[in-house]
Ligand binder design. Structure first.
Ligand code: UFG
Length: 336
């Protein structure tokens, strides 16, 4: 059934791919984004973009007063592990307060369905890997802690106000829409795959590996890279499942790749060799984060369409080549 959905952060990387998937399902989508990290050009038509900030409760109230949302999907947040260990209160303060503003507004306007973009960073250095939903929660960085606090806020909103929510704990979102129009464009960029692709394009002199003395086979950190469209598909599916109650899912593909393996994949996929240097560990990085996605597969019928790292990297490479300087900036350069 077609729904009217509010997507906060819908101009950002994961949010924009979800908006696209929700539009494909015939839903009506309103994006609320302050365009701090998001891009106007990433909001696909016919989604409506409302530029605003979640810190502004009056703007939120005005938005909810003019529309009746069937559900809210909340992506907008500061989301960098490294930054969160330098500026913890941007996370424990802003991320959490903005979520309270949003949940409070949902309750005030009787919106009863909510999907949170959560993270596997809530598990810190897990006592068992692959990580299922029963692994002990113990965030190892301020970003993970902020998302866990928001999960708890939702649990209270459910208990007291009957808000049904889903927390999707993402592993490492990667890749780009296969049609080449949507992809990853952060400023500054800190993520492994886009930085490596910049090296392959000759836009950076070399790649840095943040630590090769972890307790992993090649000493570099292992992550579960999930294609951003597969992640979007999990959101589409969970919306319907919310009718049966609140839930949590770990969303990854169940395969881990080390930093070195990812760099090898980027070199293979692009056909470009580039310099790689060893650097110090980045505070807050756990050695190994890999999902056990059995629950999301069983309950939502979800399956990743992109299982191999080379396939994921290939889509990111296609976007990077089509938009060497990202969304808006590339167009400005072309016009100049
Ligand atoms: N890395 C490097 N060199 C770089 C960039 C990254 O060695 O130039 C390493 C990191 O140390 C880490 C791995 O590559 O070991 C992946 O790093 P990313 O920055 O790409 O991603 P993170 O794992 O830090 O974080 C991402 C999202 C978070 C999310 C997390 C879940 O940014 O929001 O995945 O694992 F919580």
């Amino acid at each position: 059934m077609s729904k009217t959905l509010l997507v906060t952060g819908g101009a950002g990387y994961v949010g924009s791919h979800c908006v696209s998937a929700l539009l494909d399902q015939g839903h009506r989508v309103v994006v609320f984004d302050n365009l701090q990290q998001g891009h106007r050009a990433a909001v696909r038509a016919p989604a409506e973009l409302v530029v605003g900030d979640l810190a502004d409760k009056k703007a939120l109230a005005a938005l909810f007063a003019t529309r009746r949302f069937d559900a809210v999907l909340h992506f907008a947040a500061n989301s960098l592990v490294g930054e969160s260990m330098q500026k913890p209160f941007l996370y424990l303060g802003d991320n959490v307060q903005n979520a309270v503003n949003l949940v409070d507004t949902c309750v005030a306007h009787d919106v009863k369905r909510f999907v949170l973009s959560s993270t596997c960073a809530i598990f810190g250095e897990p006592d068992r890997v692959p990580i299922d939903e029963d692994v002990r929660i113990a965030p190892g960085n301020a970003y993970g802690e902020s998302k866990y606090l928001i999960e708890r806020i939702l649990a209270w909103a459910d208990r007291i106000h009957g808000l049904r929510y889903a927390c999707l704990r993402y592993f490492n979102a990667a890749g780009a829409h296969p049609d080449g129009t949507l992809g990853e464009d952060h400023n500054p960029e800190t993520h492994l795959i886009p930085i490596a692709l910049d090296c392959a394009m000759g836009r950076r002199p070399h790649m840095q590996i943040f630590g090769d003395d972890y307790d992993t086979p090649d000493g570099t950190c292992i992550r579960d890279y999930i294609h951003v469209c597969d992640l979007a598909d999990a959101h589409v599916r969970v919306l319907d499942a919310l009718e049966d109650g609140s839930r949590h899912y770990n969303v990854g593909i169940g395969n881990g790749y080390s930093v070195r393996e990812v760099l090898d994949s980027v070199k293979r996929t692009t056909g470009v060799d580039f310099a790689v240097k060893l650097a110090a560990r980045r505070p807050g990085d756990p050695p190994r984060l890999v999902a056990r996605p059995d629950k999301v597969m069983r309950e939502l019928g979800w399956r990743p369409r992109y299982a191999a790292i080379d396939e994921i990297v290939a889509t990111a490479w296609a976007f990077k080549r089509a938009h060497p300087q990202g969304y808006g900036r590339g167009a400005l350069v072309a016009a100049a």
